[in-house]
Design a protein around this ligand. Structure first.
Ligand code: LMR
Length: 424
């Protein structure tokens, strides 16, 4: 016995296998990944022991006490599904009920496209998963295409299309001088892009700027897309958070649909149902007919199968329970409005607090911009000062998550912003 052990350890020793690598060398070249510009802020916030700390980094809704919110409609859905012992796999394309209800929110309750089964749609791992699935689909079936991405955009868009190996181009969006939309430059970029280009558009409540095109501007964008034969892929992560009404927030999409575009949409329930950690959303692609939709859906499912097989059940059950019951849906719509209104109220409060402190800078954009974020115009250095001196955490591009601003911290925040911008 002892002799066998000695022999096997000799066989396994490095000397006995001269070509063998030592176990520790496999990952020696791996460097730590850079911190995520958004989620890294939360990590830093959590590590800060200061009692004064404020997190206006990640886009996650808080109530006026700064606490995460579980919507009443979600609590009721949870009560109804409690004890549900269905633990089987969902199909690769996810919950059919959830997907059908989700499509109604984007395409319209009585959409002909839904009736005609022209939409290829699958449940996704929230908005990020929908974007990634689409990017992979784009790469597979339009391998020579590129994606036009607004400047700026949600930082993760770049990662998603990069990892899907779709080359990226940028288009003008935000004009720092006006803190508004650079519409003329945007239109020039749309016109100058090669015919048939793919564009990523934020359907509403643009992240990070809080700047959306007006309805008239959307019509012009849609018209120009038609002229150029571009493909519009809408990321709609904040439906309901711009106006407080999901129906109104789908305006951009409806304009494109009316104009006859074949669009793609990423939808998410992270924000508007507060289901952040449930990772529930939907990817849809409008097709020419049912046959094409069946083919596209089968390909999306195949991509999903290889990545994660099939999506999770629980969040989908919550969503389909809420949207499938008229009373619960009504309650949800009411609660979305409450969240959006609180944010709008905080915009006014922050602007007034800054003006009251005698800031000579214009803070009008705080109330002009909409959705969860205010693109404050603070420089990375000013943001660093806010963090280091005042324990206020936000992304270094100056984005303030208005969802983290409360009656209790708005004065402190305004004071700190005033102090770091005084000499600007
Ligand atoms: C954000 O922009 O803060 C959110 O969409 C959260 C995230 O995943 O980045």
């Amino acid at each position: 016995m002892a002799m066998r052990t000695a022999i096997s350890s000799r066989i396994l020793s490095r000397a006995a296998l001269p070509g063998a690598r030592s176990m520790s060398s496999w990952w020696r070249s791996v460097e730590p990944a850079p911190k995520d510009p958004i989620l890294g802020v939360t990590e830093a916030f959590l590590a800060d022991p200061s009692p004064d700390k404020v997190n206006v980094g990640v886009g996650a809704y808080r109530d006026d006490n700064g606490k995460p919110v579980v919507l009443e409609c979600v609590r009721e859905a949870e009560r109804r599904i409690a004890g549900n012992l269905k633990m089987e796999y969902l199909p690769m394309g996810g919950s059919v009920n959830m997907v059908q209800e989700t499509l109604k929110l984007a395409y319209g309750e009585n959409s002909e496209f839904i009736k005609d089964k022209r939409i290829a749609a699958v449940q996704s791992l929230s908005g990020t998963g929908a974007c990634r699935l689409f990017a992979d689909f784009q790469k597979r079936f339009r391998p020579d295409s590129q994606i036009y991405i607004p400047v700026p955009t949600w930082a993760n868009h770049h990662n998603i299309w990069r990892d899907a190996q779709v080359p990226q181009r940028s288009y003008h969006y935000y004009l720092p001088e006006t803190r508004g939309l650079d519409f003329a430059a945007l239109m020039d970029d749309v016109k100058n892009a090669p015919d048939g280009s793919f564009f990523l558009l934020h359907a509403c409540a643009h992240n990070p700027t809080g700047v959306d095109p007006t309805e008239v501007q959307w019509r012009e964008i849609s018209y120009q897309f038609k002229v150029k034969g571009h493909f519009a892929f809408f990321d709609m992560a904040y439906q309901g958070f711009a106006s407080g009404d999901p129906e109104r927030d789908a305006k951009s999409i409806r304009i494109f649909l009316n104009d006859g575009h074949f669009i793609g949409i990423s939808q998410s329930y992270a924000k508007n149902m507060g289901l952040y950690g449930q990772r529930v959303g939907c990817l849809s692609v409008l097709c020419e007919d049912e046959k094409q939709a069946v083919a596209v859906k089968s390909q999306l499912q195949q991509l999903a199968r290889r990545m994660y097989s099939n999506p999770p059940l629980h969040g989908a059950l919550i969503v389909s329970t809420i949207l499938g019951d008229p009373d619960l849906k009504k309650l949800w719509l009411k609660e979305v409005k409450v969240m959006a209104d609180r944010i709008i109220g905080m915009r006014t409060a922050l602007r007034e607090s800054l003006e009251k402190r005698g800031s000579t800078l214009s803070w009008r954009h705080i109330t002009d911009q909409i959705g969860m974020f205010c693109y404050s115009g603070l420089t990375p250095e000013q943001v660093d000062r806010l963090t280091n001196e005042y324990h206020i955490y936000m992304t270094r591009n100056g984005r303030i998550s208005m969802a983290g601003v409360t009656t209790g911290n708005v004065g402190y925040l305004a004071n700190a912003i005033h102090e770091v911008t005084k000499s600007a």
